[in-house]
Design a binder for this molecule. Sequence first.
Ligand code: ZN
Length: 638
Amino acid sequence: MRRPIWIFLAAAGCAVAAPSGEERLSPPIAGPLIPASSFGEYRSTHYHGGLDFSTGGREGVPVLAPRSGWVYRVRASGLGYGRSVYFRMDDARTVVYGHLSRFERRLAAFVDAQQDRRGTYEVDLYPKPESLAYAAGDTLAYSGQSGAGPPHLHAEVRTGKDASVSVNPWLAGWAPPDSVAPHLSRLRVEPAVPGVLVNGGLDPVLVSLARTPPPTLRISGRVRLWVETWDPVPTGSRMAPYRVSVKMGGQVLEQVVFDAVDWNWAREVNWTYHAPSARSRDAFWIALESPPGGRLHLALAEKDWTDDLTAGPHPLTIEVADAAGNTAQAVVSLIKEERAPEVPVAAVKKTSIVSRGSYLEIRLAGRTADLHVRDAAGKIDTPNTTRLPARGGTVFQIGRPDHPGAWSFFAGDSLLGRAFWLPGPETGFSWKRGADSVRVEAGPAAFTVLDDASYGPLWVLLRSAPAPRVPAGGGELEPVSDIVALEPWAMPLRDDARAAFSVSGTRRGLALMSRETDGWDFVDADTSGGKVRGRVGSLETLAVFRDRTPPKIRILAVTGGRNARLRAAIRDQGVGLAVRSLVFVLDGRDVISEWDVDAGVLIGHLRSPIPPGPHELAVEAGDRVGNRSRARLAFTVR
Ligand SMILES: [Zn+2]
């Protein structure tokens, strides 16, 4: 075997600090720490940056300063962390507490005053350094469920001057007792380069790791691995493990460790977790390699270790550990074999084209397999093609072409498909990096993507389809464009791709949306320059919809007296609510109004009781494309 080549944490620009050796922190809440989520778990735009502690279904548990320090930042929002406090400790670390129900009295007074001054509930404040100081063990706030329920405490430990690096709090002393080993479920093995077979075929293979005797796995070359694994906790939830390793003969070949994540590169979560699975709520497939152009380097891999394997069987050990040191292991008998050049690798029943990421795979049915490739200028070209024998036809796997841009693939005269190629950041190509972009058109859409926008070499397949059907359930969305899909679906990008859809008629109420497994999600409603525009951070299936229906408002409660509260249910079944537009207006004056996203309820925070006499209350709400509604209520306080 070749000398191991490691990609170290110290790679250029990587700010991840090793958290080990730091002093242990005292607990964030009194009583037993019961974990509900762990560090590094998949969230749609980031890694879970801390631990979630169960508060037994209750709100109002005092949240404590683990050491002495001062409030560095405090936020109130209807989304994300809800009410949150960032507490800078005397050792320069920062703890972040989220989803709080209320702040400690002094801190609350500061936030209230700033909200009143700005006339908005949503604030993100940096108090004067050391002005709001607290001693170790002091109560900073009370637990809740603001931003996301059910009731729990979200607690993070961060480092760095701007507190941008979250470290695993288990390593800072917040480890609850845990004697349950993580669960190892399956191994996903995907060919990584053209011509490679896994178990004799071209498709990814899932191997059960729970079986005895150990399964065998046959590979003919370089593969990519994901491990399906999670750490069970007594509350029944599944958490991310701490470390996943692949070893051979005691040597670590590939490993991912959840020590720290830098929020600046948080979108790499869609690489660490197999994004198509994670977005289908199946979030426990962990990649054992870092993206080639990535910055976090959670994973360490010996480069191309499969190339150096001798033919024959090799025991491959898959090991997973939680932060308390409990481990589980499985052994797979990995057989390296040569691919016999004349043996069919697949059965081709009909012609198809698919992107495997770094290569395109075209299956041509029939005996006279004849593939033509043209670039955007119509020039016939011959990209790097591997031709494989198949039953009933031929398989072509197309690697790196000789220049980026759009390519068309023909069988004889008939167009099979169109795709564009992005070299990624780690290539020997000499064109000016970061300045050149690829522009391609597909149906009603045009896409602009920087050459180095992908994490590695990437073929993006373009597919269009007729306008989507109106979503079930009598939604408020009316489809107004064809569907355009960028494939492989959910493949993450380092830099956003810009999409612009042409539409005819009025642009009022139009929004660009992307397809999820359970419907369509809002992307953007930018209608500048006569198009509908938006940016996507991964390869998506996109279409334009119109929403003409404003949000529906129902006033729930007006409580006078000392604890005056206003509550209204607000709902939008189209593009979704514009949270900052939601407000109570009492007697012509805006009231500081908090949006409870889980309940779908707007809460008016009155600073003083409503005085006796007649009053006029209004609720205003808008959606993301500017449809607005208003509900009124006249009432009298006696
Ligand atoms: Zn959390």
